[in-house]
Design a protein around this ligand. Structure first.
Ligand SMILES: Nc1nc2c([nH]c(=O)n2[C@@H]2O[C@H](COP(=O)(O)OP(=O)(O)OP(=O)(O)O)[C@@H](O)[C@H]2O)c(=O)[nH]1
Length: 133
């Protein structure tokens, strides 16, 4: 049976509405794919707590979790990921890459220029649709 994980991802926007996108490094699972920073929810944690912890570990900044954006389940070859994204606001500091290979701030309409982890596509599409309204 495939392992299943609950995973949270952060949608961080700058003042102009650009979104922070992070590139998974070669030594991570799903290497060289773009993602929303975040990670697995650990036992006993709420989704929001995990996101605050993961962003601190991965990007070294303090964030506040705002609204829920999207939840979906994606079945990869090896694992099943239950993925939820939230908009987060940076309270202190600026993202510094501790684990990712690269990062870029992109306007929502340009998000599809990157190759995303498959579980992230529903969030990407929702963010792109929102800006067209
Ligand atoms: N952080 C994050 N993980 C994602 C996204 N999309 C997605 O499919 N995942 C998957 O969800 C899982 C989250 O793991 P993680 O980023 O916490 O990685 P980890 O260090 O705990 O473990 P691992 O990299 O050894 O699996 C990975 O299997 C990753 O491939 C995303 O946007 N952000």
């Amino acid at each position: 049976m495939k392992k299943e994980f609950d995973v949270v991802g952060a949608v961080i926007k700058d003042k102009s509405g650009k979104i922070f996108c992070a590139l998974r490094s070669e030594n991570m699972t799903l290497p060289n794919l773009w993602e929303f920073p975040g990670g697995k929810i650990e036992k006993g944690e709420q989704a929001e707590e995990s996101l605050v912890r993961e962003i601190w570990e991965e990007l070294g900044c303090r964030v506040k979790v705002k609204n829920h954006i999207c939840s979906n389940t994606h079945e990869y070859e090896m694992v099943i990921v239950h993925f939820s994204t939230f908009e987060v606001e940076i309270l202190e500091g600026q993202p510094v890459l501790h684990e990712h290979a690269s990062s870029i701030w992109l306007a929502p309409q340009n998000l599809k220029s990157l190759v995303w982890a498959e579980a992230d596509i529903p969030t990407v599409e929702l963010l792109m649709r929102e800006t067209k309204k």
